[in-house]
Design a protein around this ligand. Structure first.
Ligand code: FAD
Length: 532
C-alpha cells in the first residue's frame, strides 16, 4: 500500500511535532510514531528548556556558556543563531500552544542548571517534557492537514541518486510493510541512548533515524560524543529514572556512602560543574571505592519546597521506599544524550536531497563536544521550526510528491522468526559491552574489544535478519548494532580527549579541531527495498 503526502515526518517528539505543525500550513503531513504518539525522550524531559528571558541575562551570555560547555567544537554561528531564536520560539509555545511554564508572582520561574551562568531554564515543575509534548500533541490532533500513524516503524529511506522519496514503514498493528511517499522527508527520531546498558532514554531511542540515514548514504558526524547524565536513580527494581540536574541547581549535594561530599576534589564549581566532569568524577569515585552508587542529597532543604519543586521525583523515589526529604537518593551515571548524529544545518539540510534531519537525531554542531543542560529541547524546537520553512520551499519547488513507484519490498523466502532469544541475547550483549568498553572512560584496547564483539554479534544479527520476517524487535536490534558500530568507529577516530569523549590513551585535547565523519561507501550500499 502507498501513502502519499507533501511531508513525511518520522518521529513525534518536540522536533517532529513542531515541524509537522508548521509544515501543515503549506501541505499535507504524514506523522509517524514508532509507539504511541507521546512516547519519546521529550515526554520524559524534566529540567526544562533554556532561553534568555531574564533582564539580567543576555544572548551573549547564553552563547558564551554554550561555547564553553562545547569545548571548542561548537559552530559559533549555529550557537548564536539558536540562542537568538530561542526566546521567540519558546514564547510561541506559551502563546500559540498553551504550554504552561512554572511561575512565581506572575513572573516565569527561571531555573539554574550546571554550566549556565544565569537563571534561564523555563520549566513546568519537573514535568517540562510532559507539558510540552502533550500540548503540542493536542494542537496536532486539531490540525486537519496532519495524518497521525502511531505504531508505524520506519525501516529504510527510499533514495535514488542521492534524492530521498520517502520511506518503507512497518505497520505494527497489521504486520505489513507500507510505502510512504513524500516531497520532503524529515527525520526526527531522537537519540540512541538504548545502545548502552544504563540509560535515561525510553525504549524508542534505538538510533533508527541515524542508522537509516547512514544506510542511505548521509553523512554522520561525531557519534563518539555521547553525554552521560551524572544522576539516574540506582535501584534494583527501577527502570532507569533520571534525577534532574535542576536538583543540583537547587542545592543538592553529591556524597559517598559515608556522607562525604566529594565534588570539590574534581572541580571548583563542585556539583554545578559541567555534566561530563560530574559523570567522570562519579565514575572515578565508584571505580576507587568499588561501590555500586553514590548519593544525591537534598534532605537539608525545606520538605515543602522539595515536594513542590520536584513532585515527580518525590513520588517516584517514594514508590521505591526512598523519602527524598529525609534521605539521600542512590544515583549512577546513565547514557543520556546523543550529541553526534546526521550532519545537518539548523534548517535540517542533510547531504541527501529532500531529506531533512532535526532534533537529537541530527548534529548541527550546536552542542559541540558537550551539551549544556536544557539546550537540547531548545535546539530541537528552533531547528524543527526552521526546517519546516525550508521544507515548504522544497515542496513548492518539487511540486506534487513524485509518483515514482517504490521498488516492491521483497520478503524473499523469509519465515516467522523461530527463536527470539537470539534477539534478546544480542540486545543484552551489545548494550553491556557498549556501557563497559565505550562508556564514560574509553581506551584504545576497550574500543578494539568492543569492535571485535560487535563484529561477531552483527554477523548473527544479519543472518537472522535475512532468514526471518520483519519483527519490530529485530529492527530495533539491527539499528542498535548499526549505531554501536558508528559510535565505536568515531571513538577510534578521535585521538584526543574533548568534551564528553575521554580516552586514557589520549588524555589531552588536540590543537587541531576536527569532526569525526562517516559515510557509507557506494560499494557497501545495498538496495534499500530489500531486507539488508
Ligand atoms: C529522561 C530525560 C530527561 C531529559 N531532560 C531534558 C531537559 O530537561 N531539557 C532538555 O533540553 N533536554 C532534556 N532531555 C533531552 C531531550 O528530551 C531530547 O533531546 C529531546 O526531547 C529530543 O527530541 P526529539 O524530537 O529529537 O526526539 P524524541 O522526543 O526522542 O522523539 C523521537 C520520536 O521518534 C520516533 N521514532 C524513533 N524511531 C522511529 C522509527 N523507526 N519510525 C518511526 N518513529 C520513530 C519515536 O517514536 C518518537 O516519537 C532529556 C532526555 C531524557 C531521556
Amino acid at each position: 500500500m502507498r501513502v502519499s503526502s507533501d511531508f513525511l515526518v518520522i518521529g513525534s517528539g518536540i522536533s517532529g511535532l513542531i515541524f509537522a505543525l508548521k509544515a501543515a500550513k503549506y501541505g499535507s503531513v504524514s506523522l509517524l510514531s514508532k509507539d504511541k504518539i507521546t512516547e519519546g525522550s521529550t515526554y520524559y524531559a524534566q529540567g526544562g528548556i533554556a532561553a534568555v528571558f531574564d533582564e539580567e541575562d543576555s544572548i551573549d551570555s547564553h552563547v558564551k556558556d554554550t561555547l564553553e560547555a562545547g569545548d571548542d567544537l561548537c559552530l559559533k554561528d549555529v550557537v548564536r543563531e539558536i540562542c537568538s531564536e530561542g526566546p521567540r520560539v519558546v514564547k510561541e509555545l506559551i502563546d500559540n500552544y498553551n504550554v504552561k511554564f512554572s511561575s512565581k508572582k506572575n513572573e516565569l520561574d527561571l531555573g539554574l542548571e550546571g554550566g549556565h551562568s544565569q537563571r534561564r531554564v523555563l520549566h513546568a515543575q519537573d514535568k517540562t517534557g510532559f507539558e510540552i509534548e502533550t500540548k503540542l500533541v493536542d494542537a496536532i490532533r486539531k490540525e486537519p492537514n496532519i495524518s497521525i500513524f502511531e505504531n508505524h516503524v520506519a525501516i529504510n529511506l527510499f533514495t535514488d541518486n542521492n534524492v530521498c522519496y520517502g520511506a518503507y514503514v512497518y505497520d505494527k498493528n497489521k504486520s505489513k510493510i507500507l510505502n510512504f511517499q513524500a516531497s520532503v522527508t524529515s527525520i526526527a527520531t531522537g537519540g540512541a541512548g538504548k545502545a548502552f546498558l544504563v540509560t535515561s532514554n525510553p525504549d524508542v531511542c534505538t538510533g533508527d533515524g541515524i542508522a537509516m540515514a547512514y544506510r542511505a548514504g548521509a553523512k554522520i558526524i561525531n557519534m563518539e560524543m555521547i553525554q552521560f547524565h551524572p544522576t539516574s536513580l540506582y535501584h534494583p527494581y527501577a527502570k532507569t529514572f533520571l534525577i534532574t540536574e535542576a536538583m543540583r541547581g537547587e542545592g543538592a549535594k553529591l556524597i559517598d556512602k559515608e556522607g562525604n561530599r566529594f565534588m570539590s576534589k574534581y572541580h571548583p564549581k563542585k556539583e554545578l560543574a559541567p555534566r561530563d566532569i560530574v559523570s567522570r568524577s562519579i565514575d572515578a569515585e565508584l571505580k576507587a571505592s568499588g561501590d555500586d552508587c553514590v548519593y544525591l542529597d537534598i534532605s537539608h532543604k525545606d520538605p515543602t519546597f522539595v515536594k513542590e519543586r520536584f513532585p515527580m521525583i518525590y513520588e517516584k523515589c517514594k514508590s521505591y521506599g526512598i523519602n527524598i526529604t529525609e534521605q539521600p537518593i542512590p544515583v549512577v551515571p546513565a547514557a543520556h544524550y546523543t550529541i553526534g548524529g546526521i550532519k545537518a544545518t539548523t534548517s535540517g539540510e542533510t547531504s541527501i536531497k529532500n531529506l531533512l534531519a532535526i532534533g537529537e537525531a541530527a548534529c548541527t554542531s550546536f552542542h559541540g563536544a558537550n551539551r549544556l543542560a536544557s539546550n537540547s529541547l531548545l535546539e530541537a524546537l528552533v531547528c524543527g521550526d526552521k526546517a519546516a520553512k525550508l521544507g515548504a520551499t522544497i515542496c513548492i519547488d518539487n511540486g506534487a510528491p513524485s509518483k515514482r513507484p517504490f521498488p516492491k519490498w521483497d520478503p524473499g523466502e523469509a519465515e516467522d522468526p523461530d527463536e527470539m532469544v537470539i534477539v534478546k541475547q544480542n540486545w543484552d550483549e551489545i548494550r553491556r559491552f557498549m556501557f563497559n568498553y565505550v562508556g564514560i572512560v574509553r581506551s584504545k584496547k576497550r574500543l578494539i574489544r568492543a569492535g571485535h564483539r560487535l563484529d561477531i554479534v552483527s554477523k548473527e544479527i544479519n543472518q537472522f535478519y535475512w532468514d526471518f520476517k520483519i519483527h519490530p524487535h529485530l529492527l530495533d536490534l539491527r539499528n542498535l548494532a548499526q549505531v554501536a558500530d558508528l559510535i565505536i568507529r568515531c571513538a577510534k577516530g578521535r585521538r584526543e580527549s574533548r568534551g564528553v569523549h575521554y580516552s586514557i590513551d589520549f588524555p589531552m585535547k588536540s590543537d587541531i579541531l576536527y569532526n569525526t565523519e562517516l559515510q557509507i561507501s557506494m560499494v557497501d550500499r545495498i538496495p534499500l527495498n530489500d531486507k539488508l
